[in-house]
Design a protein around this ligand. Structure first.
Ligand code: ZN
Length: 220
């Protein structure tokens, strides 16, 4: 039986290993703020240290399960479907002899609340670090259910702000859904828009003031 650190006496997991400081971390921000880029950088940094991880995503912009960033980075990923159990995924990999030290969960705002519960359990029971990346709010400026649960459960929450700006120069905070040139406030929570500005449905990052007024700026 491993000796517990004096400061965490009794805090050993069921197999006797000392408690590892695994954590659930949520990184959030509007689109174009560099979330996927940071997710891939995180994966690279941990892999370089000899750690083994899984990269997961949901409804990425690209076809097929890949994490892609707008500056051109890409990585194959596991598609998170409603019925995927993240715990079972990790346990099956470990049963095959593959260690899983961490999960990179891109587009986590589109996961289910149950997936977030599974993330917390993986951290607490299996010593798996979980790094989740995603939007906080939808086009109406309301929290996605999974994002809300991440705010509630995460050990650390970090707002990513890589100077994504509204057209007015203020800090971009919210994603507006634009249909035929107009900001819409009703509709399904998840509608995938083409990222090209000419598409019928697209998203534009706005400051709170211009999200509230629906002002897309002089170029609109
Ligand atoms: Zn603005």
């Amino acid at each position: 039986m491993a000796t517990a650190h004096p400061n965490c006496a009794g805090t050993t997991v069921s197999d006797g290993r000392p408690l590892h400081a695994a954590a659930l971390k949520f990184f959030w921000g509007p689109m174009d703020c560099g979330k996927s880029t940071m997710a891939l950088q995180m994966n690279y940094n941990h892999a370089r240290q000899g750690r083994r991880g899984l990269v997961l995503t949901r409804i990425d912009r690209s076809l097929g399960p890949r994490v892609t960033s707008r500056i051109g980075l890409a990585h194959d990923a596991i598609e998170v479907t409603d019925d995927l159990d993240l715990r079972a995924l990790v346990h099956s990999r470990r049963a095959e002899g593959t260690s899983v030290d961490y999960l990179i969960c891109d587009e986590a705002c589109f996961y289910t609340v149950e997936h977030v519960e599974q993330m917390a359990e993986l951290v607490d029971r299996d010593d798996v670090d979980v790094f989740a990346f995603g939007l906080a709010t939808d086009f109406r400026s309301c929290l996605f259910p999974a994002a809300q649960r991440l705010f509630e459960l995460a050990d650390e929450v970090t707002r990513i702000q890589v100077e994504v700006l509204c057209w007015c120069g203020r800090e971009g905070l919210l994603n507006a859904r634009v249909v035929d040139g107009t900001v819409v406030r009703e509709g399904q929570q998840v509608v995938i828009g083409d990222t090209a500005d000419s598409a019928e449905v697209h998203y534009q990052v706005l400051c709170r003031r211009h999200h509230r007024t629906g002002d897309l700026g002089p170029r609109a």
